[in-house]
Design a protein around this ligand. Structure first.
Ligand SMILES: Cc1ncc(C[n+]2csc(CCOP(=O)(O)OP(=O)(O)O)c2C)c(N)n1
Ligand SMILES: [Mg+2]
Length: 332
C-alpha cells in the first residue's frame, strides 16, 4: 500500500471475518462435542487461523489444496459452507461426506479442497500429484499442501519435495510448525529448529514467516504462487504458529511448559490483525463488532440447519464408502 497502510478496509475485514469464522466454528464445535452432538475426534486449529487464511487468500479458483487431521481452518479458509461442515460433524446426510467421514475426511473437490487426512503426511504426495496434473493442464493452477512439523519426519514429505523440485511442479508446501507433534515437542522429534532448513536438501526455497500474521503469510504465499505459476517450481513455507488447545479435544496439554501458552496468547492471530487494522485506522471497533455479529448469526443458522438434518439410514452404510467403491470396481 502506498499510503503506509498494509491493507484496505474491505480486504482487512474480509481476512478478519474468515479468521473469526474459523475460531468460532471450532469453539462452537468443541461445545457441541461436549454436548454429545459430535461423535469422533476433533483436532482444533484454534491459534493457527492466520496460516490457513493467509495462504488461501493468495489462491485463485483453479488452485487446489490438501489438508490434515487439523483441517477445519483450511476448509473454511477456502470458502466451504460451515453448515455442511457441521452436518458432517453431526453425521448427517447433507454433510460433505454424507455424514460418513467426519472431521478427518472432509472433502469438497468442487472447491479444490482435496481433503482432510487422518494419515500424517499423506496429503503431501496427494498435492504433489495434483501439482503434476496442474502442470500438464497448463492453465496456471497450483497445488498447496498443508501439514505439520511432525509430518516432515515422514518419508512422504522428503519424496514429494525431491520429485516436485526435479519436475519443477507448481506446488506450495506449507508446514504449520506449531511446536508439537501430538504430545512431543519439536526439539524431541527432530534436530532442526527450522523446518525450512530442510528445503536446502532438495534445492527449493525455504521461507520462514510469522504464522500468526495473516498479511505476512499472504505475502510469502503470493510470492510462492507467482513463482509456481511462472514455472519456476515449488516453495517450502514454514509458518511459525501454535495451537492454543491440546492435540485433540479432551487433551489437557499438561506436557507444555508453564507460561508457553500465555506467551502465544499474547500473539493471538486475531488480535495481531485487528490491532493492525485499528492502529492504521483501516477499520474501527464497530466495524470489527459488526463482522463478529455477522459470523455469530451465520453460525447460529448453520448449527440449527445441521441439527435438523437426518442421519444416514443403516441400510445405506456401505454406500459412498471404500467397500462400495471396490464392489463397483469389481462389477465393472
Ligand atoms: C502415519 C501416521 N502416523 C502417526 C499418526 C498419529 N498422529 C496423529 S496426529 C500426529 C501428530 C502430527 O503432528 P504434526 O504433523 O506436527 O501436526 P499437528 O497435529 O501439530 O497439527 C500423529 C503422530 C497418524 N495419524 N498417522
Ligand atoms: Mg505440529
Amino acid at each position: 500500500m502506498t499510503d503506509g497502510r498494509t491493507t484496505t478496509r474491505d480486504d482487512g475485514l474480509e481476512l478478519f471475518e474468515r479468521m473469526f469464522l474459523i475460531r468460532r466454528f471450532e469453539e462452537r464445535a468443541s461445545q457441541l462435542r461436549a454436548a454429545g452432538l459430535i461423535p469422533g475426534f476433533l483436532h482444533p486449529c484454534i491459534g493457527q487461523e492466520a496460516s490457513a487464511v493467509g495462504v488461501c487468500s493468495a489462491l485463485g479458483p483453479d488452485d487446489v489444496l490438501t489438508s490434515t487431521h487439523r483441517g477445519h481452518g483450511h476448509m473454511l479458509a477456502r470458502g466451504a459452507d460451515p453448515a455442511r461442515m457441521y452436518a458432517e460433524l453431526f453425521a448427517r446426510i447433507e454433510g460433505y461426506n454424507h455424514g460418513k467421514g467426519g472431521s478427518l475426511h472432509m472433502i469438497d473437490v468442487d472447491l479444490g479442497f482435496l481433503g482432510a487426512n487422518g494419515i500424517v503426511g499423506a496429503g503431501i504426495p496427494l498435492a504433489t500429484g495434483a501439482a503434476l496434473q496442474q502442470k500438464r493442464r497448463a492453465r496456471g493452477g497450483v497445488a498447496v499442501s498443508f501439514f505439520g512439523d511432525g509430518a516432515t519426519n515422514e518419508g512422504a514429505f522428503h519424496e514429494s519435495l525431491n520429485l516436485a523440485t526435479l519436475w519443477k511442479l507448481p506446488a506450495l508446501y506449507v508446514c504449520e510448525n506449531n511446536l508439537y507433534g501430538e504430545f512431543t515437542r519439536q526439539d524431541q522429534h527432530q534436530v532442526v529448529k527450522d523446518v525450512a532448513q530442510r528445503a536446502a536438501s532438495y534445492g527449493l526455497p525455504g521461507v520462514i514467516v510469522d504464522g500468526n500474521d495473516a498479511l505476512a503469510v499472504r505475502e510469502v504465499a503470493r510470492e510462492a504462487v507467482a513463482r509456481a505459476r511462472r514455472g519456476d517450481g515449488p516453495t517450502l513455507i514454514e509458518t511459525k504458529t501454535y495451537r492454543h488447545r491440546g492435540h485433540f479435544e479432551g487433551d489437557m496439554a499438561r506436557y507444555r511448559p508453564k507460561g508457553e501458552l500465555e506467551e502465544w496468547l499474547a500473539h493471538d492471530p486475531l488480535d495481531v490483525l485487528s490491532r493492525r487494522l485499528l492502529a492504521e485506522d483501516v477499520a474501527s471497533d464497530s466495524d470489527l463488532d459488526e463482522v463478529r455479529a455477522g459470523v455469530e448469526r451465520r453460525l447460529d443458522a448453520a448449527v440449527e440447519w445441521a441439527t435438523e438434518r437426518a442421519h444416514p439410514e443403516p441400510a445405506d452404510a456401505l454406500e459412498d464408502v471404500y467397500v462400495d467403491a471396490m464392489r463397483g470396481a469389481a462389477l465393472r
